[in-house]
Design a protein around this ligand. Structure first.
Ligand code: GLU
Length: 350
């Protein structure tokens, strides 16, 4: 099922004014979006990681964090779940912060694969060069860039870095880690394939283990919104005030996320919602509005590509009602008259 945009067509498409409406209005709109999709039951919970299949599919949280620090949590916004693929965007940001734009770009590309997130074919078709850091092969190659003399140190760097984005110490969900570590043959195969092409330094099994841990970090929709809002705020966490990465890193990361954040549905998402966003198979989704803030959802039922359906609906709704769509504009008042004249003269000519 490709996302059905008719679910929110009655919501007026507000155009960005450069800032969010006041706190009260944002809060009202967050509550409205949460209530509107609360009864939506389409999609299936991920089951390829055994422990994820056991989650309560009814959970539904929504959160907005403003760059000014304003907080809006609705429903199960404080329910903990494993971050999964959403970790990829933050580890990528840490990698660019550490190694710079050019070097990371040489190692991992920036174009969409058009194929599933765990595709082996995508790697084979590209001479073993991972096409982007939002699919598993590229994410494993990105995790390998984390500084540290050992895998333990690299893992610590990932955990600390993602904790700085979240503004609180994040911890590993041991049950999710054990479940995934016992069933991640495909990711280990990707690690070894990267190695066979000479594109992974270090022991593939150890790097995939760090990657598996990063995916099992426990977060809430509220945390994801804080993490996303840090990328919206030029790299400064709007809740703690700590600088986590540079503004240039935020720009690079959001561009890559816009192209590939919703797997092979990234174009559909950008067309309908118009925001850089990243999803994960446990049901999380975070969309970033540069200069304004971030919206995050959590709801475990997914579409076939692995994207949370209710989170897409609620965030799509808020993209319209909060005026977040990067591509939406209206003629400036000074030009509105000219636009009318020009369309009238077009009409006269025809
Ligand atoms: N840990 C998951 C995997 O590697 C993440 C997948 C996802 O969220 O897309 O398969």
């Amino acid at each position: 099922m490709v996302l059905d945009p008719t679910v929110w067509l009655d919501v007026p498409q507000e155009v960005s004014t450069g800032t969010l409406p006041g706190w009260e209005r944002v809060d009202e709109l967050v509550r409205e979006a949460h209530a509107r999709y609360a009864d939506e039951v389409s999609g299936e919970v991920a089951d390829y990681i055994p422990v994820l299949a056991a989650v309560d599919p009814e959970l539904f949280g929504l959160a907005v964090i403003e760059v000014g620090g304003g907080i809006h949590d609705a429903g199960d916004a404080l329910h903990a779940f494993s971050i999964q693929s959403i970790s990829k965007m933050f580890v990528y940001a840490l990698a660019i912060q550490e190694h710079g734009h050019e070097r990371v770009r040489e190692i991992v590309g920036v174009n969409n694969t058009g194929l599933a997130f765990n595709s082996v074919v995508a790697l084979e078709l590209n001479d073993g060069h991972p096409r982007n850091p939002m699919v598993n092969a590229g994410a494993i190659a990105t995790t390998a860039l984390m500084p540290g003399a050992t895998a333990v140190e690299q893992w610590e760097r990932v955990r600390e870095g993602l904790s700085a984005f979240a503004g609180r110490p994040l911890s590993l969900d041991g049950e999710v880690y054990a479940s995934e570590a016992g069933s991640n043959e495909r990711n280990r195969a990707l690690g070894w394939l990267l190695r066979s092409y000479g594109r992974l330094a270090g022991d593939p099994d150890e790097i995939v283990d760090v990657y598996t841990r990063q995916c099992a970090l426990s977060v809430t929709a509220h945390d994801l919104a804080v993490m996303g809002a840090t990328l919206a705020d030029g790299g400064v966490n709007p809740v703690t005030g700590e600088r986590v990465v540079s503004a240039d890193v935020c720009r690079d990361t959001l561009a890559v996320v816009a192209a590939s954040g919703l797997y092979e549905r990234s174009g559909d998402w950008l067309f309908e919602i118009g925001l850089p966003a990243k999803s994960g198979v446990s049901g999380g989704l975070v969309a970033v509005s540069p200069g304004k803030g971030a919206v995050a959802g959590f709801s475990p039922r997914l579409d076939e590509a692995g994207n949370s359906i209710r989170s897409q609906m609620a965030i799509g709704h808020l993209s319209r009602s909060l005026g977040l769509n990067l591509f939406a504009s209206a003629p400036a008042p000074a030009h509105a008259g000219e636009a009318r004249v020009s369309s009238a003269s077009e009409g006269e000519r025809s």
